[in-house]
Design a binder for this molecule. Sequence first.
Ligand code: BES
Ligand code: MN
Length: 455
Amino acid sequence: MDTSFSTREQPRLLKELTEFLSIPSISALPAHAEDCRRAANWLIQDLRRLGCPVVDLIEGRGHPVVWAESPPVPGAPTLLIYGHYDVQPVDPVSDWLSPPFEATVRDGKLFARGTADDKGQVFCLLRAYEAIRDAKGRPPLNVHFLFEGEEECGGHVLDDLIAAQPERVKADAALVCDMSYYAPGIPAVYTALRGMCYAEITVRTLQRDLHSGTYGGVAPNAIETLVRLLADLKDENGKINIPKLYKSVIPPSKAELKDWERLPFRKREYLREEVTATALTGLKKYSVFERTWALPTFEIHGIRGGFVGEGAKTVIPATATAKVSLRLVPGLPFAQVAKWLERAARSAAPKHAKVEVTILHGGDPVQVDVDHPAFAVLDAAFEEVAGKRAVRVRAGGSIPIIPRLGAMGAPVLLTGIGLPDDGLHSPNEKLDLKQLWEGINVFGRFMERFAATGR
Ligand code: BES
Ligand code: MN
């Protein structure tokens, strides 16, 4: 492969990526459904330009899936590339230093929503493919591209598709580039992702909002009831108050814990630069790695209710809703935890409150066995281009489709070109451009080396 491709083509690549990033494909917001379709179509055009003889937009009950196949190479291995073209909402938008959908370079970094998660990484793989295609006239392996638009919102289109057509994801390996290096200069492959159980908890205490003077002192306040309930579900030490939850967790092995102890970790910098807080919370007797990779979490994402407009209104709210989620680790299947959460929320509420728990979406936790030879191929590519093999870590985040991909039997290589401070889901999300150029070379070399392994 011509590793000067990424250097030579930089201006064009930056222009193309900027165009892809300008499409506000926010999958969670219905108003952006057309934009999700535009982002899918951007990929369709790109895959056609790259010479894929099969390029399909697959419809379902949500945002479409993009599917493409490279020109077939009989006898060569097949690599499945998975990624997502949807992005998270951008609020609070006033915190952005440049508009979230106008990609802007500052200090060698590209700022926009989706740069690291995941459009920039999808783009990286497409250009790695282009680089090896250019070098040899045609790519030396079979590449199947699978891009979804509902990763960030818990949709069903891809799940339905794989359930109906499991042969789509048959491959010799799957490559998922939606993660980051462990630290600058230290690439990573991931041995586990957490699962997720996302829910809304609604409390009703009155038929209608009331005057807080006339009835204040006797009328049950829905927001107060809700926040007490939430505080009951997780105590001030970070312990989640759901029976059987911790007892069901399958803890990491001694060997895995030892590996984590060897990782470079500077708690003060982590606290200040990544977490941006003055103290860490959670179960103090566990390390930061255990707390973020190997234990469940309970987070409150937003609370709606009462009066939130400008100025003052003296009202006792009749109803209030919290958006919450649990992150799940091995031993905690989504369906089981969903039931436990419903029961725990109900039993934490006083009798005079009506509690409703609506599960919005979820997915199981997943572990990946990284002993398959494909991981050695990836290590060799990282070593050759980035000067270092990948460290084995877990991810705190989730990718709902991965359990299904893993179940197909082929190894799933979870990796990526981001850096820990990219600000996924935050204002001023960025991708370091050095990571992008390096990534194009890493994955180009990976594809060439993987092609040479035969099948
Ligand atoms: N790219 C992330 C997942 C991720 C984050 C992996 C950090 C490794 C480290 C992904 O796009 C994501 O954010 N997923 C959502 C899924 C959820 C909505 C079900 C997440 O984890 O919140
Ligand atoms: Mn992502």
